[in-house]
Ligand binder design. Structure first.
Ligand code: TA6
Length: 296
């Protein structure tokens, strides 16, 4: 793993710097007139994005761990190579627990793009015996673009689930409406994984944990308490997860404040279950999530 001193060669003076963040974990901090943003090398984890004129769009728990090997609660955890729990292995896979390498930082028309990479190693192979190369290209600008690029660097076919598990900051989840998934089938994980169909817009009135299937739709989150709407569009993703833990689940998570559930929810861009990504030797797949925010 590169030292902080070795990472400085990537800095762009006045725009992108590499410095110790929470828990002294190394982070890239981007500051431009368009937006500010933060991504940690731990987990390749985007932790903040604040476009000019708005409060931070991403949510972070005040109780989050800030330790290598433990997932940050909030921001955008990367779930790979599986989604959800797995016996004798970390939930949501290993990528969010490992320290990624900083490959480059570039100033582009759309913003400042930070590229992080993660390759298989003894740890990953102990859980999942496949060679792989992941790149996470994050562009911090008036929009936030996250492109998760997966390459099969092995000789055998690779099959993996993936998710950009994005936590959004909202004024009051009880006032939020989520548009764009009407008519889409979903698995309701709070009701024995029964398959249902979304009727109209989504409102959150209890623990909500749904995998919307086979949808390429953009999703709009209307947040009247913060007078803003967030549009989440995506490419090469077949599923969208919507999650809020509500009261009991929030209490049950040690890295989640008991009273934090009204201020957040997840809309996750993913390929899970039957839509896992399959790649032949040398093949690459890029899943992209793009966030935009506007006044409501
Ligand atoms: O994406 C929703 C979900 O799968 C929920 O079931 C809940 O487990 C959430 O992810 C958080 O998972 P984590 O492992 O980060 O606590």
């Amino acid at each position: 793993m590169a030292t902080l001193a070795e990472l400085q060669r990537h800095a762009i003076p006045g725009m992108a710097q590499i410095l110790p963040g929470r828990g002294n974990l190394p982070m890239v901090q981007v500051r431009t007139p368009a937006a500010t943003g933060v991504v940690y090398l731990d987990g390749g984890h985007v932790a903040a994005w604040k476009p000019a004129g708005f409060e931070d769009v991403l949510w972070l728990s005040e109780k989050s761990h800030w330790e290598t090997g433990k997932p940050i609660r909030g921001g955008v955890p990367i779930c790979f190579p599986w989604f959800g729990p797995r016996q004798n292995a970390p939930a949501h896979g290993i990528a969010r627990l490992q320290v990624w390498d900083l490959e480059s930082i570039r100033q582009e028309a759309a913003g400042v793009t930070v590229c992080l990479r993660l390759q298989d190693d003894d740890t990953s192979r102990s859980f999942w015996p496949h060679p792989f190369l992941l790149r996470h290209r994050i562009t911090f600008g008036t929009q936030l673009t996250m492109a998760l690029e997966l390459t099969n660097t092995g000789t055998a076919p690779l099959a993996a689930e993936e998710a950009l598990h994005t936590y959004f900051s909202v004024g009051d989840i009880r006032q939020v409406r989520i548009l764009g998934l009407a008519g889409v089938a979903y698995v309701d994980k709070t009701d024995d994984f029964r398959e249902k169909r979304q009727e109209g817009d989504i409102t959150i009135t209890a623990e909500t944990d749904r995998v919307y299937l086979n949808t390429v739709s953009a999703v709009t989150v209307e947040d009247p308490a913060q007078h803003r709407r967030i549009v989440i569009s995506k490419e090469n993703s077949r599923d969208t997860v919507v999650w809020n833990p509500w009261i009991a689940k929030a209490k049950a998570m040690p890295d989640f404040g008991d009273d934090e559930w009204p201020g957040m929810h997840c809309v996750e861009t993913c390929n899970v279950g039957a839509h896992l990504v399959t790649l032949a030797q040398g093949q690459t797949h890029v899943m992209t999530a793009r966030l935009a925010v506007a006044k409501l």
